[in-house]
Design a protein around this ligand. Structure first.
Ligand SMILES: *[C@@H]1O[C@H](CO)[C@@H](O)[C@H](O)[C@H]1NC(C)=O
Ligand SMILES: *[C@@H]1O[C@H](CO)[C@@H](O)[C@H](O)[C@H]1NC(C)=O
Ligand SMILES: *[C@@H]1O[C@H](CO)[C@@H](O)[C@H](O)[C@H]1NC(C)=O
Length: 397
């Protein structure tokens, strides 16, 4: 292992200096291609694969950060911000167009990196915000254009390791949002097992998104939820590469803060675990008790924006929380058996939603007192917010 890493490093340095000597522009993409893995990737999902793989810095986020850095005047802040370009984030598949970049992205990933992929395309996921494109698709149309195409690319990218998060917001949505009607449960129960089965490949580990500690009444529902996850797992043919669940995706919850952010105040209808660590332990335990094999009961947690706790007025405030900072960088050093890794799933610096009440699709959470205002539309680059995240990062950049 040491020898392999050493050789890779030497190869990179040699090629870089050769390119530099020839006076070529050494762009990040050239560095990546030089470092790309050339041995088949095989992940053992009985182990924590994050112990010898670090999350790959995806090019779309890296490009956003590189642009953002150029727009910063303060030299000290600029130097800190520049470091963010090298932090790994997940690649999001939200439309068919996003699949087009997957093969290229995968071809640049070094052996000791893992390419994170979020499937965010499940039909009927969000009754309130679902797009017309998704709305009118039948269940079968998820499977062929999305899942089969993605599986095909992953199968051909044999030298690349992947970690896939399946459908943020979907799981708690169908438990606890009755406005979704029967469509979401039907869509989930047909499509998620299909995805887990199709992506059960040697170079992949899969996690299903379960929302976060605040998504449902875990006291009342932990066994119902665990059984549903077990059913999903079995309907997928008990896939060997299934590792567990993803939590806190694009959210702001603290990992192990005690007392929790909202204790003793009870801001909610539900009894909730005080922090993500308690939640992860509760869920992992419930999964084991309900019959999931223990290797399939581990979590990964999004820590991209949870550096500063205690900012929100209520636990439900999810939009561009004001005062936020980057949280722990991706690592397997979680000091908790139940959690494989802290990862950055969201692309911090992209807005959660517009703060302008007259904007299309305006969500009131984005105009609250504890939200950063003004903020642009969801997904748009939010320079002031990004600079705030850099400034308030904990650990510091
Ligand atoms: C994987 O690496 C081998 C070299 O060992 C190379 O021949 C092959 O083209 C690579 N495959 C892909 C898809 O990159
Ligand atoms: C989706 O279906 C609705 C009614 O079923 C229709 O009014 C609408 O135009 C369709 N949208 C698209 C993008 O096809
Ligand atoms: C959410 O789950 C709780 C506990 O099972 C239940 O009491 C509540 O009615 C659910 N809410 C919705 C909107 O379904």
């Amino acid at each position: 292992m040491m020898l392999k890493i050493g050789l890779t490093a030497i190869l990179v340095v040699t090629s870089l200096s050769t390119n530099a000597a020839r006076g070529k522009d050494v762009s990040p993409s050239i560095r990546n291609i030089v470092g790309a893995c050339s041995i088949p990737a095989v992940l053992d999902a009985r182990t924590n694969v994050w112990e010898d793989h670090i999350l790959y810095p995806t090019s779309d986020y890296r490009n956003e950060v590189e642009q953002a850095v150029k727009a910063i005047d303060d030299a000290q802040l600029r130097e800190k911000a520049a470091k963010v370009a090298n932090v790994g984030t997940f690649m999001w598949i939200k439309t068919v167009d996003d699949i087009a970049n997957l093969a290229t992205e995968a071809s640049a990933v070094p052996c000791d990196n893992i390419l994170g992929l979020v499937l965010d395309i499940l039909p009927y996921k969000e009754s309130k915000t679902r797009s017309l494109e998704l709305d009118n698709r039948t269940l079968a149309q998820y499977q062929t254009p999305f899942i089969d195409s993605i599986a095909e690319i992953i199968r051909s990218s044999i030298n690349t390791s992947f970690a896939v998060i399946v459908e943020p917001r979907a799981f708690p949505g169908y438990f606890n949002d009755t406005s979704a009607g029967d469509d979401l449960p039907k869509s989930y129960r047909e499509n998620v097992p299909y995805a887990l089965k199709a992506l059960n490949l040697p170079n992949v580990v899969t996690y299903i998104d379960v929302g976060n500690s605040n998504s449902m009444d875990w006291d009342l529902q932990r066994d119902v939820a665990a059984k549903e996850i077990l059913n999903t797992f079995e309907a997928a043919g008990s896939p060997s590469q299934f590792r567990g669940f993803a939590t806190n995706v694009a959210n702001y919850n603290a990992w192990d803060l005690l007392p929790g952010e909202f204790v003793p105040a009870d801001d909610s209808r539900y009894t909730r675990p005080q922090n993500e660590q308690q939640f992860v332990r509760i869920l992992s335990d419930a999964l084991q008790k309900n019959g999931l094999p223990s290797r399939a009961t581990h979590g990964i947690m999004d820590t991209s924006r949870n550096g500063v706790p205690g900012l929100r007025w209520t636990w439900d405030d999810w939009c561009n929380v004001n005062g936020a900072g980057f949280g722990p960088r991706p690592t397997s050093q979680t000091r908790d058996e139940s959690l494989d890794a802290f990862v950055w799933v969201a692309h911090p610096g992209e807005s959660d939603g517009s703060s302008d009440p007259s904007a299309p699709g305006y969500d009131a959470a984005c105009g609250k007192e504890d939200a950063f205002r003004p903020s642009p539309a969801a997904g748009q680059w939010h320079q002031a917010y990004f600079e705030m995240l850099v400034q308030n990062a904990d650990p510091t950049l």
